[in-house]
Every structure is written in structure tokens, then in C-alpha cells.
Ligand binder design. Structure first.
Ligand code: SF4
Length: 1016
């Protein structure tokens, strides 16, 4: 029972034809009340639900329009505030330096509006009301600028409309013979109150319930309202704060139910199951939500189960695909066009690609990942251009199969189309001019075009949101010609998206109805669910306003809301709505935040509901938690309660134990295989699920005459045979998901290869001039290095100028260090530089290089054909040489112990043997005495690890074991987790890979790997 609704019914019955006016804060509430009265059997006529603004406009607007002033709807409020704030000087400003903060404009607008509606103008703000003179000056400046804007643009905001209206009482549509009333405790602002207080006609004092145990908020105390005593039998929720009273009154136990759930989704799922279980029609149900997130969940769930639903408060545009796409594209631009961000946006389903483009958003995301673009406007053209070229060269490679060439051609064409599409998207974002600003209207045009052509829609709500966003963002046009920094312009767009609510609707026949908790119960539906009662979610905290502190508010006007008022009014609004709800209600909360993986706790409102249900106001949270029992899950307790076939199946399987798993396995063989594989991996036997593939051994045999392996491949095969099998055996390529680290410009691989190229350029020059490097070489070497860095900066820009400067400096310092060390080095002479073998030759290859692989014969049928590239061959005596490998990273002594490191270190040995073969072209009896790993940079402290050339027998022993691993198909995952740290195949291995591999050591089929690992 709702006394106000009953009062309206009584008035309609008593005065069927008299004009009756009811003031409500929104038309939605008015229409809901009107519908409810009819549904409950009261026919009415001449009853008008109006907002104070409706009447004010009728009274004031004609006079404003006559003077050429347009009564504005104020939709532009926060955007206008931002524009006016940006016009204020930064220096000495109070809020102006914080203009980048995303919610500042909204906070300033709320304050300016509140001041205006309290009848406070700029000239009334006195300095001593403020804590800071700078703040006073800026608020006055802002309010004055706003007043000036209204004047210059001939516009009147709501405050001006109300002020005008009260001057024209004779234009009031309410006549002296009419009667009128207002929604109880509507908390009108001072200008609205002034309008209502001056109205003609008979004022009917509205009726509502007195709330036992609850104080009336300060600003509602003076409202003329009749407060009736509630009946515990019909309105038990009016006694939420005094639960003992219901028991004492002898009324029956309230029909209150409570539950908690293991997540918000599970909570809404349980609500839906309960609705289904009651058998009532959907238009008997209301779900009152404590947060927007719960409203969105109700909407999504209803959509999934095709239940018709209306949302009283509508839904924030940020929950719709077009809204999310717009915010996502703003983020993308603000992250300096980060390719990773764009890729995720394309994968999210919020962004779409028009059909005629010939590719989908998902395909564009994959192309982007493959291109390894970084960030910056130019990255897309360059990275996708490189990708196209690499596909084109594969498509033209005669050594590739026809199928592979056709595939490469198709990929080249798709990459080219994606490149054009993304380049077009990037070009639609204006570049800042000389003053560092962009025209706001150009950004608005780009955003509207994006919304029209590139935002996805998958349901009616998305279409409504897109149309509403077009209009809402289009309103920025009225800000006129105005330029600001790009991030500032994007804030205007964000504000438009975040401030828009779409699809608010009143309860409809046949539809479920979801409302905000503070607006619950107007529809009078008998079955009410109150969801989302988590601590900290139902009521905001009592922090002071960000713009005007409580003391400043109190000094400016007693009508301004203080932080304590905000809490008191919010609590009172919720309790008074619950008080007029029916006797049947279900309260719930989620005890887990499944997004943040943390426990959540019940609000005090939930506890009060529990106390009311128990009739004992001394009960505490632990008792409630115990009584609530097991949290509800998304999976129903009984499969007959399931909302969908999925839920039915899930419950069936979960409840059926091993029998269920067997049945499931028969229906879904792949799932059964997955379970079997995981069980075998956990066991101590080395099986095909661990990489035991004997059939692949002969195909991948390093000694097979058709196989050529690079030395690096062999080292990597020893490190993790499984990765070798995936890569070389199955041809699996990892999906490139890694994003470039924004704090690093040149990743270690790029930096290393660039240093290698600079080192080789220096030594080639001095070798060609038949001299040693000297100090004079710095004059051309450093510019050469700098020119290369400049080119890299163009191709893959650093995230910030600071990072670029720091890494450039470090790079050049390493080049200088290298030169100094070469000047001091007198014991060796480089004779071969970047000597490649077994790979097609470029034009500028070293004279010792050759395209054919080098055959290494180690006796007893162990002959390998290897390829590679030696960084450097040094002559250290007559026909005596060493091979040198640059390491441009740091040096850790412990990692460089031993000769072969379980087969992980083969370069010095195999390059030594290969160098002998290559040097034979120039020397009669060349000899390689050893290998050097040279840590050439500052980070590596110029350490040199020298390893004397191992005997042929010891090299043969290592390679024989490595060959055995491959030949017998022992493609195990590495037991050493260090090897997995930077591995791109980690997704293929599972979290327990190293532990599981370690467990297989005793298996006879695993012995070769054990022997290989033992070579120190
Ligand atoms: S993640 Fe580890 S086990 Fe898996 S392939 Fe890579 S290195 Fe081997």
C-alpha cells in the first residue's frame, strides 16, 4: 500500500472532472503512477502529472521568447563548463590546472547548476565564504562566464526560466478552482519551491508514511507532508529500522526472503530463477537495483533469455556497444594510437568493419598483431607495409608450395586493405596545428563518422544508443568554432558519452521492470527483488563535494546540500520507497567480486532486512551469513530450475560425478581427450601427451641429408625439444599477442641487431683500409649510428622524447665503448665479419660467406649440415683463428660456466668447425683455437668468455645425444622454467609444464634428454 497513490485515487473518485495537477520530478514517475491507478481499478480524468519545469515554461517561456531568448534544456552543461574553464588562465587558477581530470567538468557543472537553482549569482559569492581566495576568484569567474554565455547567446537556463515564471502568476495553467499536490519528499530546489509556493488552486498536502527509527533529513523537515503510521501487516518494510516492532505488534511474519550469491551474474541468475519458480507473469515483477552495473546485468540477462524488459532509469550509454566503441577509440588516441589498444578494440566486438571492406574486425585484429605495429600515427603504415612486402615476397618465392604462395598472396591483399582502412581511421583524427590545438568541430565530425561507420550494433538497444549518441554528441556543434588540445577535445566527447542514458521506459504490460533502488515501488508490482546490496554500493560515501566544501556551502546558502545531507537524503529516499512496497520482497547481494577476485560484504540494509525477517533487531552479520548458507551459483541447485539448456546441462553434469563426466566425454570427444591428456601429463610416464613422437624423429633427424639446421635452432632444440617440435615439426607459429613495452623504445633484439650492424660497419671499413680502428673513426661512426637511430625513430617512434633521448644516449655510449675497446685490442685481427653460410647471400656479404650449408662430419655416421651467421672470425696467429660472438645484454657469470651447458651452448664449437671449412677457401691449413662470447656493452662490462675449442669427440658426444633426443622423438617440454620466461609458445604448454616434464626423468623413453642435459 502506498498512501500517496491511495490519496490520488481518493481525489480522482471525489472529483472526477475537476482539474487535478500532480507535481512529479520526472514524467516517467507520473506516467507510472497513472498507469498503476488504472491497473488497480481507479479510472481517472483531468489528472495531470507535470514537472515544475513544465509549468514554469508555460508561464515564463513566452516572455523569454518575446525578448529573443531561447529557453535552453541545458544538455550541454558539463561540456560548456569545460569550454569556459579552458578559457580561464592556468596561472593562479584553482581548478584550471586540473582541467585534464575526466570528471572535473561534471563536478563544476553540478555546482554551478546548484548555485543557480538556489538563486545564487556570481555577484553574491563573497570572498570570506571560501577557504581559498584563488578558488573564490575562479568560481566567480566561471559563474560570470556562464552568465555571460547565456546573455550573449540569448539563452535561458532552467534557473532563468523559473525566475521568469514567478513574475507571471497570471500565466499559470493551474486555475484557482483546480487542485494540485506534489510527490511527497520530492526535495525540490529553492526556485522550484518558490514556484510551487506561489501557485493558485487548492493545495492538497501529500501523504506518505512516517518511518519509525529514521530521522527526516534537514532539507525535508519544512516540507508540508502528512506522515501516516504504517501497518506492519501491509507495509512491513516501513519497519526496516525497527524490526522488533513488527513482532511486538503481533503482525504475521513478513514475507521477506534473503540470499547471497557467488558473483553479481550469479545473483541476477538466481533472481531470474526465482521469478520463473513463482510462475507469475513478468509484469508482476520489479527488480530494484542498487547500481547501474546491476541494471545493465538485468538487461543483458533478459536479452539472453529473450524476456521482455524495460528499465525505468534507462541504461548508461557506456554499457552499449556504440558507447564503449567511442570511449575505446578515445583511449586509443590518448595512448598515442597504441596498436595493442586498437587490436583489443577490434576484438571486443564493439567496433565493426563495413562489409564492402572485405575483411572482418577480427581479421583486422589478427593482421595488426602479425604486423607488430607499436604506437604513433605512422606505425600502421610502416608496419603493415612491411607485412605486405613480406607476404608478397613469399607469394613470389619459387621454393614455396603453390598452396603457400596462394595463401601468402591472399594475406598480402588483406593486409593492404587493412592498411588502407586503418590509415583512413588515423587520418580522421586531426593533427594539432602550430599552437598545439585542434578545432573541436573537426574532432566532432570525425567522432560522428566513426559512430556511423565503425561502431558495432547487435541489438535494438545498440541502435537506440547510436542514434541518441549522434544527437548528444552533435550538440557540441553549438559550442561553435573553438580549438583546444586533442586530449581536451576528446574529453568533450567522453563527457557526452558518459552523461547519456538511453532507453528509459516506464513499466510495460508483459515486461519485466528494473528500476533504481531510490525509484523503486512506483509501479506497485507485487513481487519485488532488491539486488546489489553490497557494502559501499548502495549509498555513496560521506566525502565532501569536490568543488565546494561543506563550510563554504553553509556560508553561501542554507539551501545548498552538505555531505551529511547527501547521505541522509539518499538513505531516506531508499527507505521511504521500500516502506510503500508490498509485503513480499527478496533482498540479495553478491559475496564475491569475480572481476577483482575479492570477497564483498553485505550492506547494513541487508542486515536490517535479515533482522526484520527474523523479528530480532540484535542479530549481527555472522548470524546472517550463517543463515544465508551456501552462496547461490550461476548453476542452479536443481536442474529443473535452470533458465536455459546450458544451465540444465551444467547442473546435470556437476551433480552426476564420474558418470556425468563419462556421458559428457561421449558427447564431446575433444573434451574427453583433453582430460585424458592432462591425466597422462600428470603421471610419471613419458607419453605422446608430453611430446613423445617417435614417428617425427626420422623426419626431423639433424643428420638427414635433406635437413639443414642453424646452430641457434640446435641450441634451442636442446633447451626445449617440445618448442622445436612445435616450430619445426608442426610449423606452428605463435599468435603475436605481445604488446610493445611503452617504457622501452628498442627491444633487446632490435637493439642487439642494430649494434651488430654498426660494429660490422666499423670493422669492415678498417679492414678494407687495412688498418686498425683509431680515435678518428668516431667522427663518422657516431653519425652513422645516429642516422640509423633516426631512421628507427621514424619507423617505430619511441613513446616519449625522454625515452628516445635516454636510449639514444645509451646506444651511442655503447658504440663509443666498442670503438675504444677495438682501439686497445691488438692481439687479434678480424678477417670475417657477419659471415653467413647455408642461407641465400645478400649483395654485401662477407667474402668468406657462402650460400651452401657447411657439412660437419663427426664420425660414426654423425654428419650434419648446418647454417648460421658468425659475428666475427679473428686471426690470432699464423693461420690460427677464433670465432667471436657478440652479446649485447648483461653478463651473469653463473650462467657462463661449463662448455656445452647441456647442449644449450653450441656456437663456439660448431662455428669453430664451420669456420675451419670456410677459411679453407683462403688458407691452407686453418686452425680455430676457440670461441669467444664478447659482452660488448656497458651492461656486459665488456666481459669476454673464452672457451678453448672442444675436442671433436666431445662435440660428437653432445650432438649424438641431441640427435638421439630428436631421432627417438623425445620432444619433451623443458623442465627448467627459466627457459619459458620469454617463450612465445607458453599458451601451448600449460601452467604445470616444467613440473610435469621433471616427473618423467625415470622413464626409459626419456633417457636421451637426460644424457644431453648432463653435458656440462
Ligand atoms: S613454454 Fe617452456 S615448455 Fe613450453 S615450449 Fe616454451 S620453453 Fe618449451
Amino acid at each position: 500500500m502506498d498512501p500517496f497513490v491511495d490519496q490520488l485515487k481518493g481525489v480522482c473518485t471525489a472529483y472526477p472532472t475537476r482539474s487535478k495537477w500532480v507535481f512529479v520530478p520526472t514524467h516517467a514517475i507520473g506516467r507510472t503512477l497513472g498507469d498503476r491507478m488504472v491497473l488497480e481499478g481507479t479510472e481517472w480524468a483531468n489528472l495531470r502529472f507535470v514537472t515544475p519545469l513544465d509549468v514554469a515554461l508555460l508561464m515564463g517561456a513566452p516572455f523569454l521568447v518575446e525578448r529573443g531568448i531561447d529557453p535552453s534544456e541545458e544538455d550541454l552543461g558539463p561540456a560548456l563548463m569545460m569550454r569556459l574553464l579552458l578559457d580561464l588562465p592556468v596561472k593562479g587558477g584553482y581548478f584550471r590546472p586540473l582541467a585534464d581530470h575526466p570528471t572535473l567538468a561534471q563536478a563544476l557543472w553540478a555546482t554551478v547548476r546548484e548555485l543557480r537553482m538556489a538563486g545564487v549569482g556570481a555577484h553574491q559569492l563573497v570572498a570570506n565564504a571560501f577557504e581559498s581566495p584563488a578558488k573564490h576568484a575562479e568560481i566567480v569567474a566561471l559563474l560570470s562566464a556562464y552568465e555571460r554565455f547565456l546573455e550573449e547567446h540569448r539563452r535561458a537556463d532552467m534557473a532563468a526560466v523559473y525566475e521568469e515564471a514567478v513574475r507571471h502568476a497570471d500565466w499559470c495553467p493551474i486555475q484557482p478552482q483546480d487542485c494540485w499536490t506534489e510527490l511527497p519528499d520530492a526535495n525540490w530546489n529553492p526556485l522550484q519551491r518558490a514556484l510551487l509556493d506561489g501557485l493558485p488552486g487548492e493545495r492538497l498536502e501529500p501523504k506518505t508514511f512516517e518511518l519509525p527509527g529514521v530521522s527526516i533529513p534537514r532539507r525535508l523537515m519544512s516540507s508540508q507532508t502528512q506522515r501516516l503510521k504504517a501497518e506492519p501487516k501491509t507495509n512491513p518494510l516501513a519497519f526496516l529500522m525497527t524490526p522488533g516492532f513488527v513482532v511486538a505488534s503481533g503482525a504475521p511474519k513478513p514475507e521477506v526472503q534473503l540470499f547471497h550469491a557467488g558473483g553479481r551474474e550469479a545473483e541476477i541468475e538466481e533472481v531470474f530463477r526465482r521469478i520463473l519458480a513463482t510462475g507469475v507473469t513478468l509484469d508482476h515483477v520489479e527488480i530494484a537495483c542498487a547500481s547501474d552495473a546491476h541494471l545493465a546485468l538485468v538487461w543483458e540477462k533478459a536479452l539472453r533469455y529473450t524476456w521482455p524488459v524495460t528499465l525505468g532509469a534507462g541504461i548508461s550509454a557506456t554499457f552499449t556497444r556504440p558507447g564503449r566503441a567511442l570511449l575505446g577509440v578515445c583511449d586509443w588516441i590518448e595512448t598515442d594510437f597504441s596498436a595493442g589498444h586498437l587490436r583489443r578494440l577490434l576484438q571486443s566486438g564493439d567496433m565493426s568493419v563495413e562489409q564492402q571492406e572485405g575483411f572482418t574486425a577480427g581479421q583486422a585484429a589478427r593482421v595488426l598483431a602479425r604486423a607488430e605495429a607499436g604506437w604513433g600515427r605512422t606505425t600502421y603504415g610502416l608496419a603493415l607495409g612491411h607485412l605486405c612486402k613480406s607476404y608478397e615476397s613469399r607469394a613470389a618465392d619459387p621454393e614455396e608450395s603453390d598452396a603457400d604462395r596462394a595463401d601468402a598472396q591472399e594475406k598480402a591483399e588483406r593486409a593492404a586493405r587493412v592498411r588502407t582502412w586503418i590509415t583512413d581511421l588515423v587520418a580522421s583524427v586531426p593533427i594539432a596545428g602550430d599552437e598545439g590545438t585542434v578545432p573541436l568541430q573537426t574532432v566532432v565530425s570525425g567522432v560522428l563518422d566513426f559512430l556511423e561507420r565503425r561502431s558495432a550494433r547487435s541489438n535494438a538497444l545498440d541502435h537506440r544508443a547510436a542514434a541518441a549518441l549522434q544527437q548528444h554528441i552533435g550538440e557540441l556543434r553549438s559550442l561553435g568554432a573553438f580549438s583546444c588540445a586533442l586530449p581536451g577535445a576528446l574529453r568533450f566527447v567522453r563527457e557526452r558519452v558518459q552523461s547519456l542514458t538511453v532507453a528509459p521506459e516506464r513499466p510495460r504490460p508483459g515486461h519485466l521492470y528494473a528500476s533504481h533502488l531510490s525509484q523503486a515501488g512506483y509501479a506497485g508490482r507485487p513481487l519485488v527483488f532488491i539486488v546489489g546490496l553490497e557494502e559501499g554500493r548502495v549509498f555513496s560515501s560521506s566525502t565532501e563535494d569536490a568543488v565546494l566544501l561543506d563550510a563554504e556551502r553553509a556560508a553561501i546558502s542554507a539551501d545548498l546540500r552538505l555531505s551529511t545531507d547527501r547521505i541522509d537524503e539518499a538513505v531516506y529516499a531508499v527507505l521511504s520507497r521500500l516502506a510503500v512496497s508490498g509485503p513480499t520482497a527478496t533482498f540479495s547481494y553478491s559475496c564475491r567480486d569475480t572481476r577483482e577476485f575479492r570477497e564483498t560484504y553485505a550492506s547494513w540494509l541487508m542486515l536490517q532486512a535479515y533482522r526484520l525477517e527474523q523479528g530480532n533487531e540484535t542479530l549481527a552479520y555472522p548470524a546472517m551469513k550463517t543463515a544465508l548458507g551456501e552462496p547461490k551459483s550461476a548453476v542452479p541447485t536443481d536442474r529443473e530450475d535452470a533458465l536455459s539448456p546450458n544451465g540444465w546441462w551444467l547442473r546435470g553434469v556437476v551433480g552426476a560425478g564420474q558418470d556425468g563426466i563419462t556421458v559428457l566425454g561421449a558427447a564431446f570427444p575433444q573434451t574427453a581427450h583433453g582430460r585424458a591428456a592432462e591425466e597422462r601429463r600428470e603421471a610419471s610416464e613419458f607419453t605422446e601427451f608430453d611430446g613423445h613422437v617417435p614417428g617425427a624423429g626420422p623426419v626431423l633427424d639433424p643428420c638427414a641429408p635433406t635437413n639443414v639446421y642453424s646452430v641457434t635452432e640446435l641450441e634451442k632444440a636442446a633447451e626445449c625439444p617440445f618448442r622445436f617440435f612445435l616450430k619445426r615439426g608442426l610449423g606452428v607459429r605463435p599468435a603475436v599477442e605481445r604488446e610493445r613495452d611503452k617504457d622501452v623504445w628498442l627491444d633487446p633484439l632490435t637493439r642487439g641487431s642494430e649494434l651488430h650492424a654498426v660494429y660490422a660497419a666499423l670493422l669492415r671499413r678498417t679492414r678494407d683500409e687495412n688498418r686498425r680502428p683509431d680515435k678518428g673513426d668516431a667522427a663518422w661512426l657516431l653519425p652513422l649510428a645516429q642516422a640509423r637511430l633516426t631512421q628507427l625513430q621514424e619507423e617505430m617512434p619511441a613513446a616519449t622524447a625522454e625515452i628516445l633521448a635516454r636510449e639514444t644516449q645509451d646506444f651511442l655510449a655503447d658504440v663509443e665503448l666498442f670503438l675504444e675497446a677495438e682501439i686497445d685490442e691488438t692481439r687479434s685481427t678480424p678477417v670475417g665479419l657477419e659471415v653467413s653460410f647455408g642461407r641465400p647471400l645478400d649483395d654485401d656479404e662477407d667474402p668468406l660467406a657462402r650460400a651452401e650449408p657447411v657439412e660437419i662430419a663427426l664420425g660414426a655416421g654423425l654428419t650434419l649440415r648446418i647454417a648460421g651467421r658468425m659475428d666475427r672470425i679473428n686471426e690470432v696467429g699464423a693461420a690460427t683463428f677464433e670465432v667471436l660472438d657478440y652479446k649485447t645484454g648483461g653478463f651473469w657469470r653463473d650462467k657462463w660456466k661449463g662448455v656445452f651447458a647441456g647442449g644449450n651452448r653450441l656456437q663456439h664449437a660448431l662455428y669453430g668447425l664451420a669456420a675451419v671449412e670456410l677459411l679453407k677457401a683462403r688458407y691452407k691449413k686453418p686452425r680455430v683455437t676457440g670461441g669467444v662470447y664478447y659482452f660488448s656493452s656497458h651492461k656486459g662490462r665488456q666481459e669476454r668468455v673464452r672457451i678453448p675449442a672442444p675436442t671433436q669427440a666431445s662435440i660428437a658426444a653432445v650432438l649424438r645425444d641431441l640427435r638421439d633426443v630428436i631421432l627417438t622423438g623425445q620432444f619433451t617440454r623443458t623442465p627448467d622454467e627459466d627457459n619459458c620466461r620469454y617463450c612465445d609458445y607458453v599458451a601451448a604448454c600449460g601452467a604445470q609444464a616444467n613440473l610435469q616434464a621433471g616427473r618423467k626423468a625415470a622413464d626409459a623413453r626419456f633417457q636421451a634428454f637426460g644424457r644431453l642435459a648432463a653435458h656440462e
